[in-house]
Design a protein around this ligand. Structure first.
Ligand code: NAD
Length: 513
């Protein structure tokens, strides 16, 4: 751990009791069993974190509820000022936090830094938003009446996040929720608990410096059982959950059973359509980064390449050649392109998917495999693989969270490719590579891509925070981050005010006394 500089990064992030059980931020409510966090980079135990018991959880919700009473009354632009200070702190701690993300989760250091940059960007966005929580003004049909709408905070927002974006997803939710006047309770993935503690330490300090209660931001630790405390809790009006479709179906039903709101960001099965007019060089960069970046563990990773038969062989050759240049190894070493998978469980799923695609009739054209030997001791490093497959194979229909790219052919016009791209249950990200205006517009049209994200001449992965992020169908329908995604964190109220001495009724109804 020392060789990677991780020890000093942890110290800068206020995580001091390495290997001995760390607290959940300064409030330290958690008293349950210890969760061990192992790095997929070198297999080392980084630290142990106490999980949250039901009794601890009750205290957390109490603290959050109390904090909400005062936080909601603070004017939104002043809440924005606090988020501005959080962004400043993130700028100062970008390197150690990026390093921890890389070491605990396994993505490259560059991507770890990128994730922290995304946190800074969403905070900046939220600061501006704090003066723009606009409602509309309507014209009343009644004389001497005024009608308008306003947005009020909801209360406690529960955030459940996945391991693959261990810090950014939290900030997408919290930066907006805080300027909206909500307080947040976060359950990070049990696979990346230290990232959670680091973030909690950062914001706790800012709240403290400003004389604000830490309950504005609460952290709970543990597996799905701890997540269930929130999904079943009526005191949590909104649960924002990021993770697998399997998890989303359970969370959605639990929250709906109590008529709460859920914001779901679930799995993707993202494709790039490559048309005869595509720029092949751009296609290769977009497809390869999309398929192997974060070792194929992004919700927007490119999983399918749908290529026109007239350019199929050329594209196939170019992608296969590009894979030969990939360097797999320690993600903290900037010379490597591909780091490890999150754990050995993920490695088994990757192996099973490669076996299954062959069994279903697919042909592996870039061999996969688990790496061993020096530098690969954690057992989590795998070779990015490519298989020629059919869209209707069972394994192609699933999201395997690993670097496996399925290559498939289409013939005829672009509508055939769009039908294949849409022919899966997920609907997160999609892309078309073309210089043909008609094809590009068909892809974006009402009869085009059915995904929440549809790109032209860029790949499927790597979204900017300015747009609303999320997907359709079994991806869950939620939207986070930019545009008007903030509205889900607030309740809308319509107000009608009568400034006359008469009481006319709507729709001209007469009611004389
Ligand atoms: P996961 O579903 O295993 O876990 C995600 C989170 O949900 C964890 O914190 C987990 O503890 C919690 N959880 C699981 N079951 C729960 C339950 N019944 N009640 C409450 N909480 C529960 O997912 P993962 O392996 O951590 O992440 C990978 C998945 O996340 C992929 O499918 C990926 O596509 C998806 N993802 C989606 C987005 C998006 O924005 N659409 C972003 C990142 C990841």
């Amino acid at each position: 751990a020392e060789a990677t500089g991780i020890q000093s990064a942890l110290e800068k992030l206020g995580i001091l009791e390495i290997n001995e059980g760390s607290s959940t931020g300064s409030e330290n409510f958690s008293s349950g069993e210890l969760i061990s966090s192992y790095s997929p980079v070198d297999g080392a135990l980084i630290a142990k974190v106490k999980s949250t018991t039901k009794e601890d959880y009750e205290k957390v919700v109490q603290t959050a509820s109390e904090a909400f009473q005062s936080w909601r009354k603070k004017p939104a632009p002043l809440r924005g000022e606090i988020v501005r200070q959080i962004a400043e702190r993130l700028r100062e701690l970008k390197e150690p936090l990026g390093k921890l993300v890389s070491y605990e989760m396994g993505k490259s250091y560059q991507e770890g830094l990128g994730e922290v940059q995304e946190m800074i960007d969403i905070c900046d966005f939220a600061v501006g938003l704090s003066r723009q929580l606009h409602g509309l003004t309507m014209h009343s049909e009644r004389p001497g009446h005024r009608m308008y709408e306003q947005y009020h905070p909801l209360g406690i927002v529960g955030v459940i996040s996945a391991f693959n974006f261990p810090v950014a997803v939290w900030s997408w939710n919290t930066a907006l929720a805080w300027v909206c006047g909500d307080v947040c309770v976060w359950k990070p993935s049990e696979k990346t608990p230290l990232c959670g503690i680091a973030c909690q330490n950062i914001v706790a300090e800012v709240f403290k410096e400003n004389g604000l209660p830490e309950g504005i931001s609460c952290l709970i630790n543990g597996d799905y059982k701890v997540g269930e405390f929130m999904t079943h809790d009526k005191r949590i009006p909104l649960v924002s959950a990021t993770g697998s479709i399997r998890m989303g179906k359970i969370v959605a039903q639990a929250v709906a059973a109590r008529l709460g709101k859920s914001l779901l960001e679930l799995g993707g099965n993202n494709a790039i359509i490559v048309t005869p007019d595509a720029d092949i060089k751009m296609t290769v960069i977009g497809a390869v980064f999309g398929a192997v970046g974060t070792a194929g563990q992004r919700c927007t990773s490119t999983r399918r390449l749908i290529v026109h038969d007239s350019v199929y062989d050329k594209v196939k050759q170019a992608v296969v050649d590009a894979y030969k240049q990939l360097r797999i190894g320690n993600p903290l070493d900037e010379n490597n392109h591909v780091g490890p998978l999150i754990d050995k469980d993920a490695v088994s799923k990757y192996q099973a998917a490669l076996e299954k695609v062959e069994k279903e009739g697919g042909k592996i054209i870039v061999e996969g495999g688990v790496l061993s030997g020096e530098g690969y001791e954690s057992g989590c490093y795998v070779k990015p693989a490519i298989a020629e497959a059919k869209n209707d194979f069972e394994i192609v229909q699933e999201e395997t969270f690993a670097p496996i790219l399925y290559l498939m052919k289409y013939s005829g016009n672009v509508e055939n490719a769009i039908a294949m791209q849409n022919g899966v249950v997920q609907g997160l990200s999609s892309a078309i590579m073309t210089n043909n205006l008609r094809e590009a517009e068909a892809f974006l049209s009402v009869a085009g891509s059915d995904c929440g994200i549809a790109n032209v001449n860029i790949g499927t992965s790597g979204a900017e925070i300015g747009g609303a992020f999320g997907g359709e169908k079994e991806t869950g329908g939620g939207r986070e981050s930019g545009s008007d995604a903030w509205k889900i964190y607030m309740r809308r109220q319509t107000n009608t005010i009568n400034y006359t001495t008469e009481l006319p009724l709507a729709q001209g109804i007469k009611f004389e006394l």
